[in-house]
Ligand binder design. Sequence first.
Ligand code: GLP
Length: 261
Amino acid sequence: MEVVICRAEEEIGRLGADVVSRLVRTRPEAVLGVATGSSPRPVYAELVARVRAGELDLSGVSTFSLDEYVGLPEGHPASYRTEIRRELTDPAGIPPERVHSPQGSAGDLPAAARAYEKRIAAAGGVDVQLLGIGSDGHIAFNEPGSSLASRTRIKTLTRRTREDNARFFDGDADAVPTHCLTQGLATIMQARHVVLVATGEGKARAVAQLVEGAVSARWPGTVLQWHPHVSVLLDEAAAAGLGLAGYYREAWANKPDWQGL
Ligand code: GLP
């Protein structure tokens, strides 16, 4: 796991976008795993800016979202499919038919979960997975207690997650759905490169656990310690709980340019 402590959000955006740009240069039909929430937005903003400047072409890529609320009608402004189209894929010129997300409005949710796993496999798996992390340590919607071997399935959201996400539902936590379809931890672990972004002091505890805590379902993101290629992009506030911050800074400062993330 490589930890990069950034001075500004622009640096996070640039580093994350560099990973995608480098991938797409060699593989224009790359498969991107995309996360919703505010954390990856600097990366999306930078990708869209590069597309608009004619420096990057994302029209050949496919995207797979991590999760979706259960029960929101198609096109609901807070649905994750709507969000990912608004924040990334529409402005980046990625055709809607190659924008995939779990079907939270399906009648048969277990079948929809199985179908989603199949679609990811049929696409050849995820090349780069962008991730955020919840304040309780969840990744995608794998809440504390999630099996480290889990696949796409229905999960019940914690009260804390619903309160954290109330800002997308006019501040009303009760309006946030109680259930979701989410990729499992084992699904996420199959991505070939994971880029996790966390910013703000509200994430400091989850980040400390993720990077330096014991691997445990209590902090689901810790499963990533078993992944061979994870890049963690942080601001100073999110890095505040790290015991080895000095080492991470030194390693990054001395990293050869050619290596990338
Ligand atoms: C949601 C999403 C996660 C996201 C997390 C953090 O619960 N399901 O994928 O990482 O929130 O969101 P934010 O980046 O807005 O803090």
